[in-house]
Design a protein around this ligand. Structure first.
Ligand code: ATP
Length: 914
């Protein structure tokens, strides 16, 4: 074997030569010693990673924002001003305190930015690892799922519809295999593959029917293949494709915040420019002092922390969601989730356990019941009177054999635990269990027969066919599928005496029996067969054999989750390929179905016009017998009705609907790679309850972002009002830039972070979803901001005026009081911000520990500026009397009753309006 396996040759070479060159075994695969040796030789099956941003370039990018540049310009001015005060007798620290503080703040901001960016990226990386692709291989004679990274040349791959091809491989066997190679060749239609095709050495990549390539996906059919190239040696690797690092493109929310921040920035700069100009006209103070005042105003009003706190909130939220089983693949989904108004969910596996057990059988016109649990074959088939069936009647025997042969699943017995489980489709597993209960294990059947042809199951056709040749050379087609698709293909009926023509009365009787079973919530599968001569169509003129009805119990927690949805104003809608009666019965059992709800079937949907659908869709609770293509139409109809749609999917054909939905949700366990790649969120346990939990998390994250935005903006407004108002006085000492920056950094940033991680409010899931993509800061919020700004700002100014007039403190006393009040009031105000409508006394939990901690720490840092005598000249503060302290406390707390009163009044107004 070459160090670099030859990638051009295997497609044109005979299979046995390829296997010989790779020293690969065509049935049992590689053994472990060989795998280790090859991994050491070829490395991991990964494409080279895109280089990461260096620390220096990360740091540099923090200095690109206009805000930081403004601050740096301010620092420059402060240096000039400080230098100009030489000889004034002030210490160097006092003279350059402002400049130093600004530089410190810029540096801290940049550092925080880098740390937060790093944390967010690490969170994304960790999530990507959770989502790392897996491959199905045969090693040491056993089929196993392994991380795709661990594949080596010579490994035997098993591929089926929906799989992402994990490495370049030469096909050994193909059953109707078709691959979407658009990512590699640009070809938009899928390419049919054939392991037996004979190709010349100059066959172009797009026509290499004997090969599959990494980066492409299986659209249809199945196959097996031997890996010929991994990692950088693959076709994709050779064209220099790189693994993209964690995607951290800004989300719509971040983008909106960014543009909002810029607007605020320009407004603030405009106002501070006006302040400066007005000061110059009045000639009140020297130009450089005015300039610094202008900059201080800008700094006071600009919400610096907004983007950084938003990013970290989203990243932390994603981590929390991942712990609960919802892996976010696209960041914007975190914010959209909270706005979801409709969840379109699959039935099987999401609402139900996808653990099927056949309960009833109809064969040869006679009903049977089946006992036993799960896939354990120790049950029995009984006749209608509950008696044992000692010798299998012919029709029953044939039905069971067809179900077992038209089947790709296998049953496994975990001997130590004494449990049975299925590898493959649970529906087929249930049929294998039935066969064992009837004494016809599939392994025994397969030993005496060989599969000639197979048309795999797909949810569009809703049936599957296997053509099998028995020991005597008779070729028989075995077909199983939904009754609606199978019955029209049948022309005869198997009864106790053999096959006879299928009459209309027979058809009606069979349908009636199937409907009775479906109405009991059972999933019904029909079976038919016929001998096949030569190339005859295996799916026509079939002999109808009978029905099997299986139970699939609801998943634990789903009923409760559906009730939560109902309270939260989120409409849960079932979309299933199953029969409408089965679907409605399951919906009823789960509390999903209420009076006035409607069920719409795929065929009905087909003939419903867009206009009719837009009217009906509000009442439809169950879409049954739908095809994946119809899912796309359903999503679009909901979107047109103004709904924010979350849609689940698992199959390869679900990808377009998953992409079209506002939030595409793929199933982690049963879902295909294709569905996962198309989805924004992957649910690891496939449970509907996890989706509802994710919505609740999404709402919490959005609410927390709203909380800290309101907090930051309103506190900044308070500071801005105070700075603006004091600058009009000729005699008052204005707040120094250092004071303003200090307040900004110490008492605004930390509480905002605590609000960002505030505990979920249990009432959030009792409120209707927020309206679509409503703006974060609405007109009412703007009013609120102005209100808080005025209350907070004027409380400080009132105290300033009062102390100034009373001459109760030293020369810098009034300013010190205002500085403390403005610094401490956000710490109290943050508690009010925990709910925009509810009283802070009704918050749950009543005390937020992070906020309490932040309050103590921030207050301590704020007080340093006054309590430590050595720092007083730097901050230009004075010592305060106990009377002054009482005043500070009153002025700081004033904002709380004011905001709570406003909440109460607006609550009353809303009640009256309702
Ligand atoms: P969901 O509720 O998640 O949409 P579903 O299991 O109801 O999934 P499909 O898997 O598309 O939907 O199945 C649709 C119908 O096809 C079933 O009601 C059944 O009649 C038939 N069917 C399902 N699995 C098989 C299979 N393996 N072979 C043949 N027919 C099948």
């Amino acid at each position: 074997m070459d160090e670099r396996p030859d990638q051009a040759a295997p497609f044109a070479r005979a299979l046995k030569d390829v296997l010989a060159e790779l020293a690969a075994h065509a049935t049992s695969g590689l053994d472990h010693a060989e795998i280790d040796a090859r991994r050491a030789r070829f490395g991991r099956n990964r494409l080279p990673e895109a280089p990461r941003k260096s620390l220096a370039s990360r740091l540099a990018s923090q200095f690109k924002s206009p805000l930081v540049l403004t601050l740096l310009a301010a620092a420059g001015i402060a240096v000039v001003v400080g230098a100009g005060r030489r000889g004034s007798g002030e210490s160097v620290l006092a003279r350059f305190g402002d400049a130093l503080a600004i530089v410190l703040i810029v540096a801290l901001n940049a550092l925080l930015g880098v740390v937060q960016e790093g944390r967010a990226e690490a969170a994304l990386d960790a999530l990507q690892k959770l989502e790392s692709p897996r491959a199905r291989v045969r090693r040491d004679g056993q089929v196993a799922f392994i991380p795709s990274e661990e594949l080596v040349p010579g490994d035997l791959l098993e591929l089926e519809a929906g799989d992402a091809v994990p490495a370049d491989a030469r096909l050994l066997e193909t059953v109707e295999l078709s691959i979407d190679e658009a990512s590699l060749t640009g070809e938009s239609t899928s390419t049919d593959k054939d392991s037996g095709a004979v190709l010349t050495a100059d066959t172009p990549l797009a026509e290499q029917a004997t090969m599959v390539f990494v980066g492409t996906t299986v659209v249809r059919g199945r196959g097996s293949a031997v890996v010929v190239a991994t990692g950088a040696f693959t076709e994709l690797g050779k064209i220099g494709a790189l693994v993209s690092g964690a995607g951290n493109d800004p989300t719509p929310l971040e983008r909106r915040l960014d543009s909002f921040g810029k607007q605020v920035l320009w407004i603030c700069l405009g106002v501070s420019g006006a302040l400066f100009a007005w000061g110059m006209v009045r000639g009140a103070r020297p130009w450089h002092v005015l300039l610094l005042e202008g900059v201080s105003f800008a700094v006071a009003a600009i919400p610096e922390g907004l983007p950084a706190i938003t990013t970290i909130t989203l990243a932390l939220g994603m981590q929390r969601m991942a712990k609960k089983g919802a892996i976010v693949r696209r960041l914007p989904a975190v914010e959209t989730l909270g706005a979801a108004t409709v969840i379109c969910t699959d039935k099987t596996g999401t609402l139900t356990q996808n653990e099927m057990t056949v309960r009833e059988v109809l064969a040869g016109g006679l009903p049977y019941t089946v006992s036993g649990r799960g896939y354990d074959p120790t049950g029995a088939i009984q006749d209608a009177l509950g008696g044992a069936v000692p010798a299998m009647p012919g029709p029953l025997e044939e039905l069971v054999v067809t179900f077992a042969l038209c089947n790709t699943a296998t049953l496994r017995n975990d001997a130590s635990a004494g449990t049975w489980h299925v590898v493959g489709d649970p529906t087929e597993g249930a049929l294998l269990t039935l066969a064992r209960k009837a004494g016809s294990p599939r392994e025994d059947l397969m030993r005496s027969r060989g599969v000639v042809r197979e048309i795999p199951f797909d949810s569009d056709r809703k049936r599957m066919t296997t053509v099998v040749k028995d020991a005597e050379g008779t070729v028989v087609a075995h077909v199983k599928g939904s009754l609606e698709t199978l019955l029209p293909l049948c022309s005869a009926l198997r009864d106790g005496d053999g096959a006879r023509p299928l009459s209309d009365a027979d058809r009606l009787a069979i349908q009636a029996e199937a409907e009775r079973m479906s109405a009991a919530g059972l999933r019904v599968l029909a079976a038919a067969r016929k001998p096949v001569v030569d190339d005859a169509d295996p799916e026509s003129d079939l002999v109808f054999l009978g029905l099997a009805a299986m139970m699939d119990p609801p998943r634990a927690g789903v009923r409760e989750a559906i009730a939560v949805c109902a309270r939260a104003g989120v409409r849960a809608v079932m979309i299933t390929g199953d029969h409408p009666l089965t679907a409605v019965a399951v919906a009823r059992e789960l509390g999903l179905w209420t009076t006035g709800d409607e069920a719409l079937t795929g065929p009905e949907l087909q003939i419903t016009s867009e206009a009719d659908l837009s009217v009906r869709i509000a009442r439809v609770r169950v879409f049954a017998r739908t095809t994946p293509e119809q899912k796309l139409r359903i999503v679009r109809a909901f979107k047109a009705a103004g709904e924010v749609v979350a849609m689940t999917g698992d199959g390869v054909n679900d990808a377009p609907a998953l992409r079209e939905a506002h939030i595409g949700i793929a199933m982690g366990r049963s879902g295909t790679d294709v569905a996962r790649q198309a989805a924004a969120i992957v649910i690891t346990d496939d449970n509907f309850a996890t989706i509802v939990e994710a919505i609740s998390q999404g709402r919490t994250i959005y609410r927390n972002i709203q909380k800290f935005i309101f907090f930051l903006l309103s506190s900044n407004a308070g500071l801005a009002v105070a700075v603006f108002a004091t600058s009009f006085s000729r005699t008052w000492l204005p707040l120094t830039p250092l004071m303003i920056l200090w307040i900004n950094l110490v008492t605004n940033g930390l509480p905002a972070l605590a609000l960002a991680i505030d505990a979920p409010d249990p009432k959030l899931m009792q409120e209707p979803p927020r309206s679509g993509l409503a703006s974060l800061v609405g007109a009412r919020d703007l009013l609120g901001l102005a209100y808080v700004g005025i209350v907070m700002g004027f409380a400080a100014i009132a105290m300033y005026a009062w102390t100034y007039c009373a001459h109760a403190a030293g020369p810098q006393g009034p300013r010190t009081l205002a500085f403390l009040a403005l610094g401490l009031s956000p710490l109290f105000h943050a508690w009010s911000c925990r709910s925009p409508t509810e009283s802070l006394l009704r918050a749950k939990p009543l005390v937020s520990l992070p906020l309490l901690l932040v309050m103590v720490v921030s207050a301590a840092i704020q007080l340093i500026a006054v309590l430590i005598p050595a720092l007083r000249p730097v901050f230009r503060t004075d010592a305060l009397s106990s009377h002054d302290w009482t005043m500070v406390l009153i002025a700081s707390i004033a904002v709380v009753p004011a905001v709570e009163l406003a909440k109460m009044l607006s609550h009353l107004a809303r009640r009256r309006a309702a």
